[in-house]
Design a protein around this ligand. Structure first.
Ligand code: COA
Length: 276
């Protein structure tokens, strides 16, 4: 559902969006970036709308929470980068504000209490690759191209790419990609561990939604806790990270979901999770 449309009989909900469409199917949301004439390049308006769309998904009505989301792009690109036409005339102050807006969006996605799957349907370059890296994992379409081409423009990644690429693919691969500015194929990205799986373009979003639906059927408090521990633990030493894990594990024993999940297993039935 585009932000401007509404279901018959439903009151309008959420921000009015021009460049972003948000569809909901049960506990799964699909967010599509829609600026195909500019290959979904991220200008301040697109970044603002994506930020508003994710904030809305974080503030659900009772019982309507998002448990997994898919982020994709309309047309032949996921996102071909930050908007070069808008950046060309920026001074350092404007560039800092722009980078901070990109960082805020990336952090919002990265810290959302539900996994976000990037369905990279085409070019994911610069800010597009960085946006995909802020997601929990990436599925790519056959023929998709990924990369951090900023050095070709005399700059470096500014939306977290130096750090998230490093953490995702390791220092050698990250350095090679960022210093060369080269685009890589989906197959190369798969071999680097940047992409988890490749699908025919026509199946990509459906396969990402299937994965999201499976995640959404699991205990949502458990999935959210796993996401938090995986993210926070990455930057801690192993002892501190394991302590974080033990605390999160223990806290889940105060939930109805833990009681229902284990009771259902023992009764050989399927658990229904409520997120309580
Ligand atoms: N910022 C602004 N506009 C962009 C853009 C970007 N990052 N990427 C593409 N566009 C625009 C093009 O300027 C063009 O607009 P126009 O039709 O008004 O001229 C339109 O999107 C289509 O792009 P085009 O270059 O004609 O498509 P292509 O298929 O020939 O090439 C790419 C695709 C991705 C190889 C090429 O667009 C490209 O190199 N983009 C920039 C990638 C980049 O450096 N990103 C990092 C930015 S920090």
């Amino acid at each position: 559902m585009n932000g401007q449309e509404q279901q018959p009989g439903n009151p309008p909900r959420g921000p009015v969006l021009q460049f972003v469409a948000v569809e909901r199917a049960g506990h799964v949301a699909t967010v599509t970036i829609q600026r195909p004439d500019k290959l979904n390049a991220l200008n301040p308006a697109v970044i603002g709308e994506l930020t508003a769309a994710f904030r809305e998904l974080l503030a659900p009505a009772e019982g309507d929470e998002v448990r997994a989301a898919v982020l994709t792009g309309a047309g032949k690109a996921f996102v071909a980068g930050a908007d070069i036409a808008e950046m060309a005339s920026m001074n350092s102050i404007a560039a800092k504000r722009f980078a901070e807006a990109g960082h805020r969006l990336a952090e919002l996605i990265e810290t959302a209490p539900f996994p976000v799957i990037a369905a990279v349907n085409g070019f994911a370059l610069g800010g597009g690759c960085e946006l995909a890296l802020a997601c929990d994992f990436i599925y790519a379409a056959e023929g998709a191209k990924l990369g951090q081409p900023e050095v070709n423009l005399g700059v470096i990644p500014g939306f977290g790419g130096t750090q998230r690429l490093l953490r995702r693919v390791g220092p050698g691969r990250a350095r090679e990609l960022i210093y060369s500015g080269d685009m890589i194929t989906a197959e190369q990205a798969l071999s680097f561990g940047l992409v988890n799986a490749i699908f025919p373009a026509s199946e990509l979003v459906a396969r990402a939604r299937e994965a999201a639906l499976k995640i959404a059927s699991r205990g949502p408090l458990a999935v959210a806790a796993a996401k938090r521990v995986l993210l926070r633990g990455e930057n801690l030493d192993l002892t501190a990270a394991n302590e974080l894990e033990a605390q999160a594990f223990a806290a889940l024993f105060g939930s109805e979901d833990q009681k229902n999940g284990m009771k259902a297993f023992l009764a050989k039935s399927q658990a229904t999770f409520t997120g309580k």
